[in-house]
Design a protein around this ligand. Structure first.
Ligand code: F0G
Length: 376
């Protein structure tokens, strides 16, 4: 079935409605309104927002203890954005600018999260959303989102890199706006996560640990830190520590990987589009790229949930897996932020398959039976 374009009545404003607070608490107005002076928007830009951003920077004491040396570790939990990933930061900008330019349709290739965000924001803006995904390699929650938001989902028999090649060609030849992270407005929106980190800590952290796939987010964080640094809002810049899944690690190989493989499907990417930008961020910050195995990713994924109460998706856990892998290098007493890019609910199959626990079933609903199973 083809989904028809939505017509947005002219009376519908896409700007955030201003709510008059009953107390002196200032309601969050979304990241474009909050960081307007630092973003390429004007009064004419129709702001398409779901009030994304303002995600928590959560201290993780168990992980801090594992690192030791008085190191303070925080996670930037971007899985709490409206569609459950950091992509909303980029999409509020990309869709607002597409709307400003009169676009009627957008397109993206995606391992899942970009498609969910593109679909939500595009449909809210009255546009068609086309998403091209690698068949069989998108987590269930993400697929569910794209479909329900009303995207037109096309699964190709290839990987993310093949899908990205096709959507670039589509955008060159047809009236559809590309909203992958090669669209510069995406990175502009995503850089606000770095602003938020500095706004909360009062300075940049010493290290920023981040999963790397298409390499847009590491580039965006670096842009954000540098912009805040030039404005005097932070007096230091972090080392950018990028982590890739070992089976999909072109930055560690130093060249594209033809057949990327990892259970962290979000970062199952062999030919990152933002190669030069990410490399530049790593070099300029004296950072590093490192690989983590799927086993190390799963260990960090379980540890985050079971010890810290933070449920992220497997790709996100690569940042913590990476920190734990290279913890000897972390300077004593330093501050480290690990970016958790997506919500654990995105990939319920992985959680159930790789949890240490399982459901104890077949129990009669009687006090003695339940107590017995509980070991009382
Ligand atoms: N973490 C998650 C949960 C992701 O979905 C992605 C990318 C990344 C990390 C890597 O970020 O590409 O900027 O280096 N997901 C894209 C998508 C590719 O289609 O949703 P990156």
């Amino acid at each position: 079935m083809t989904v028809q374009p939505l017509t947005s009545p002219s009376s519908v404003s896409h700007a955030a409605t201003v709510i008059t607070p009953s107390s002196d608490v200032k309601p969050w107005a979304g990241l474009i309104e909050t960081y307007r002076p630092y973003l390429p928007v004007s009064e004419k830009t129709p702001v398409v927002t779901l009030l994304e951003g303002n995600t928590p920077l959560i201290p993780v004491p168990y992980i801090s203890q594992q690192v030791g040396k008085g190191v303070k570790v925080f996670v930037k939990y971007d899985g709490l954005n409206p569609t459950g990933s950091f992509k909303d930061r980029g999409m509020t900008m990309a869709i607002s600018k597409a709307k400003e330019d009169g676009a009627k349709a957008v397109i993206c290739a995606s391992t899942g999260n970009t498609s969910a965000a593109a679909a939500a924001y595009a449909r809210r803006a009255g546009m068609r959303a086309f998403v091209i995904i690698p068949d069989g390699y998108v987590a269930l929650g993400k697929l569910a989102q794209a479909l329900l938001y009303g995207a037109e989902v096309i699964a190709v028999e290839g990987n993310f890199d093949d899908a990205l090649t096709v959507v670039k060609q589509m955008a060159e030849n047809y009236p559809v706006t590309l909203v992958n992270s090669v669209n510069p407005y995406r990175l502009e929106g995503q850089k606000t996560a770095a602003f938020e980190v500095v706004d909360v800590l009062g300075n940049a952290p010493d290290w920023l640990c981040i999963p790397v796939g298409n390499a847009g987010n590491i580039s965006a964080y670096w842009m954000g830190f540098c912009q805040y640094h030039s404005l005097g809002k932070t007096d230091k810049l972090p080392k950018m520590m990028g982590f890739q899944a070992a089976g999909a690690a072109p930055f560690i190989a130093g060249q594209p990987v033809a057949k990327p493989e990892t259970l962290a499907t979000a970062i199952r990417i062999g030919n990152p589009a933002n190669w030069d930008k990410a490399w530049g961020a790593k070099d300029a910050s004296q950072g590093e790229f490192n690989a983590v195995t799927d086993e190390e990713i799963l260990k960090a994924y379980r540890l985050l949930a079971a010890h810290e109460g933070v449920f992220c998706e497997p790709a996100s856990a690569a940042s913590v897996a990476g920190l734990l892998k290279v913890k000897e290098q972390v300077p004593a007493e330093s501050t480290v932020v690990c970016v958790l890019t997506g919500n654990g609910l995105k990939d319920p199959d992985c959680a159930i398959e790789h949890s240490n626990n399982q459901v104890i079933s077949g129990i009669q609903p009687e006090l003695s039976k339940v107590a017995q199973v509980m070991g009382f």
